[in-house]
Ligand binder design. Structure first.
Ligand SMILES: [Zn+2]
Ligand SMILES: [Zn+2]
Length: 263
């Protein structure tokens, strides 16, 4: 299974795209602005879109992608999301005002997209992939995902604040790599708490929840372009000064668009 990072930035700028991952050729996890770098043929190959939540940085390219490929497709693109996310998309995006209602176009029988409601804990089988819906704690209904074709799981936190239920499940998985957000630097700790994201200090506490026998690379995502260096240096400082002899250093790296991972 191949995971290609299309976008992993907390905001846009030149060379910075928002959250989106292409898993093999047919599954998209979130549809941020990174999708715009795909060719028409690559977009055309996407049959399944898994959304973590309805925030714009994770769905911005979905309406535009559908418009680009709709006429070439003979079956609907399946969009998997929580009920609250689906309602938000129907009410605020595909509402015939911001964008056409592609659940009824070109006809209600053969629409360009179909929404598939998911729930936390659910396991989806898509082709040779096993996809589990993981909990997330955010200001709107949100999830993370673990995706695997073999044993090793690609685990993505989605947008989240502190999330004990996530670790409870992740500690039971055979994690190949973890992608976890750190949206704010420590000086914006308060904003991180209010908006239910993580700061480096909060991330350090989260990583303490990883079971001692687990060891896998941890990739940081969703940093804002202007804050990335600061956030990563704060994370390294916290790692270097971890109190207590029982604590161990984690293998923490910065995720970058264009990277590809084989799991
Ligand atoms: Zn969000
Ligand atoms: Zn976000």
């Amino acid at each position: 299974m191949k995971v290609r990072v299309l976008g992993c930035s907390g905001a846009i700028a030149r060379e910075c795209r928002t959250t989106s991952f292409l898993v093999d050729a047919d599954v998209l996890v979130d549809a941020g602005t990174g999708v715009g770098d795909l060719t028409l043929d690559e977009m055309h190959g996407i049959d399944h879109v898994l959304l973590t939540h309805a925030h714009l940085d994770h769905i911005a390219a979905l309406p535009l992608m559908l418009d680009a490929i709709a006429s070439r497709r003979s079956s609907p693109v399946r969009v998997y999301a929580l009920a609250g996310t689906i309602t938000a998309l129907k009410d605020h995006v595909f509402n015939d005002v911001i964008w056409p209602d592609f659940t009824r176009l070109p006809t209600a029988d053969k629409p360009f997209i179909s929404f598939e409601e998911i729930q936390v804990g659910q396991v989806l089988g898509i082709g040779n992939k096993r996809i589990e819906v993981l909990p997330a704690v955010h200001t709107v209904p949100a999830v993370g995902y673990s995706v695997a074709a073999g044993h090793a799981q690609w685990v993505f936190s989605g947008d989240t604040g502190p999330n004990p239920a996530f670790w409870q499940r992740v500690n039971q998985l055979d994690v190949g790599m973890l992608v976890i957000e750190t949206a704010f630097s420590s000086r914006e700790n308060q904003l991180a708490e209010t908006s239910q994201h993580l700061s480096p200090a909060m991330l350090a506490q989260e990583l303490d929840c990883i079971d001692a026998h687990q060891h896998y690379p941890i990739y940081i995502t969703h940093t804002k372009p202007a804050e990335t260096e600061l956030i990563m240096s704060e994370i390294r400082q916290l790692e270097d000064h971890r109190p207590g002899s029982r604590r161990r250093a984690h293998d923490i790296r910065w995720l970058q668009a264009g990277q590809e991972f084989e799991l």
